[in-house]
Write a protein that binds this ligand. Sequence first.
Ligand SMILES: Cc1cc2nc3c(=O)[nH]c(=O)nc-3n(C[C@H](O)[C@H](O)[C@H](O)COP(=O)(O)OP(=O)(O)OC[C@H]3O[C@@H](n4cnc5c(N)ncnc54)[C@H](O)[C@@H]3O)c2cc1C
Length: 368
Amino acid sequence: MRRVVIVGAGLIGLATGEALLRKGAAVELLERHPALGEEASGAAAGMLNPYGDAAGPGPLLEWVRAGLSYFPEAVYRLESRTGLDVRFRAGGMIEPAFSAEEEKALEGIHRWQSAAGIRVEFLSPETVREREPAVRSGLRRALWWPQAAQVDNRRLLEAYSAAFEGQGGRLRLGTAVEHFLTRGNRVTGVRTAAGEVSADQVINCCGAQAGFDRGLPFLIPTEPVKGELLSFRTERPLFRAILQCGDGYAVQRSEHELIAGTTSQRVGFDKQPTEAGRRKIFSVLERLTDRLAGHAPEGHWAGLRPASPDGLPLLGPTPLEGLWIAAGHFRNGVMMAPATGRWMAEAVWAGRPLNGLDAFLPDRFMVS
Ligand SMILES: Cc1cc2nc3c(=O)[nH]c(=O)nc-3n(C[C@H](O)[C@H](O)[C@H](O)COP(=O)(O)OP(=O)(O)OC[C@H]3O[C@@H](n4cnc5c(N)ncnc54)[C@H](O)[C@@H]3O)c2cc1C
């Protein structure tokens, strides 16, 4: 049996661990925080966006389109194994245009996405009003993505960890990895404050912190991009679909909880929510609806999206034999967790790079 150590119990580490257990590996997952969900996977909004914020055709678009298709099966498996409800809802996504300029921008998006085979349609103001009465009046048209869906990412973390432990995986919280252990050009395990853990294969799933071991002879160039979110208590759901508005959005997470975001800043590992962030999110909400005017948010937090220099994830082997990486999922790591887990498990199990995912090979950055 292969002994695998995974570093980092965000959604990517947990999904990879769960998939490897199903292959028959012995998996130990080490997480530095004493609880799950302290980093991006707990902070996210849980949108499953069928174009993943891609600005046009290319590897990012192909990756998210392939990845989204793995989601429903993962939800079914996790919920039936654990009895937990991850609040997966395929309610679609709407982006209204309130000005001629916004309408023109939506026409451009509609053009390239339809040509790329994404299901996207225009809705009339009457249809939007019928489906989403809380949206402000005065819109010209709206775009509608019927394949968009949402999940409660915190519940998804719980379900993955319950499924992982239920299948015999060992999850060690409060266990920070200090560095990787090597012999020659091979990884042999990891060093933690509590001692060494040896392994045949090690997978670095540390998100924005994936470059934590400065002693490696190559660079892992992940970088944090801060994003803030607000949550509101709602008497009853305000929206059925995800509502997008430029770079902001609102997601009705449950009957009584609405999440709204977001901001995007490169300010290092700072996770402090700010007054400027709160104002920016309120300005998005005010454009979408007048139903939250005067409501104080119940929650305000920030998380760090794991970014890479070219906006694509790092998935696959590193120049150090036995050391793998799955990081840099940026805005799409919740949506891509089931797919990344499956692809990484297949590659690590077979001992070869991921099929058809050459654009994401980590060695594009790793000059030793
Ligand atoms: C505000 C915001 C909104 C978002 N919204 C969405 C969304 O709607 N849809 C979507 O798909 N994605 C969204 N994302 C992106 C998504 O959250 C991330 O891409 C995803 O969570 C990355 O998962 P991960 O497991 O790679 O990283 P993380 O969740 O950051 O997990 C990495 C883990 O590694 C651990 N770790 C780090 N170093 C060590 C070490 N030395 N030893 C042990 N453990 C270590 C960390 O503590 C952490 O728990 C959002 C992100 C943010 C911040």
